[in-house]
Write a protein that binds this ligand. Sequence first.
Ligand code: SF4
Length: 363
Amino acid sequence: MNYMKYLSIFFFEIGAIRPPSEGGSCSLLIRLTRNCPWSRCKFCYGTIYNREKFQLRTVEEIKKDIQSAEAIADEIKEVSNQLGYNGQINTAVASTIIRREPDLSESQCFIMVFNWLISGGSTVFLQDADSLIMRTPELIEVIKYLKETFPSIERITSYARAKTIYSKTLEELKGIRAAGLNRLHVGLETGDDELLKYIDKGVTAEQHITAGRKAKEAGFEYSAYVMPGLGGRTFSEQHAKNTARVLNEIDPHYIRLRPFIPRTGTPLFDEYMSGKFQITSPHERLREIKTMIEALNLTSNLCFDHMMNGWRKKSGEVLFTQDYEGYKFPEEKGRVLELIEEGLRVSESIHINAKDMVALPYL
Ligand code: SF4
């Protein structure tokens, strides 16, 4: 095998981001669409996807990418067999391949497929921002092809806009679920209609509820992302209370907190710089989360699985666990509220402050 052959056959497109939980499980990334079809949310526009135009990819293009991932996986397994490891993937296999083709150490596709296989080859994340916007029969065809190509796959997940889920029929969603898509990662951000309008999310609280319930009825695991601090001081209380209301109505499997940072280049950053948007302090955010949690009456896992949930204990340790399963409600609701009180007793200067994070790349 020579490197030119690797380059031509072993390349497939990889989009910019995936949820941290998919990084943790070393998921294989397969790009179904490019960028975001909405590209208007005020806290996001101008960042990761929105400098580029949205594009649907054809089924043929996506299948070619899956074939390239398969070719890499086959080559890795062949070297494993040559070395007497019986298809088992280990670092000796990687070292042998890299010794033969040193340039592969810089191939993102090779490294990803290797890490995926060594982690069990069981999870896949479909990129980019809203895979469900594909025509349903085409999406189903791609998912089925992916599962046929890699029978080891146990879980396939994707980002999806609530408005897109809302627009699909229950039958369509059931068909997509039956094909093998298990979990939807959805940016709820807030359940407050005034704030949803202000940030131009393109969805109402009632549409969020309908979308969440419909996806759950179709059999999806629902992972809802909430953004503490998104409303600044102006909307803080109504953001907390109405987000709790919407979450209670959906009862998602996961609630993942992603505290707001005014990112350079976004309309909200400009409003922050001009003084129109008043960013909340670490303690104000803890109080906002407290208000939301006190009103939660659901069975979700509440997760702080992002570095921006950087509140600290007096000892300097991170206040909340940042693992991907988080805290199980209602059993651990009291524990989370206790931790919030502990965080409020610590000086604000010890906690991560969104004001200091404006230049942080999108993670
Ligand atoms: S937050 Fe999501 S839907 Fe909104 S512009 Fe960004 S990627 Fe698109």
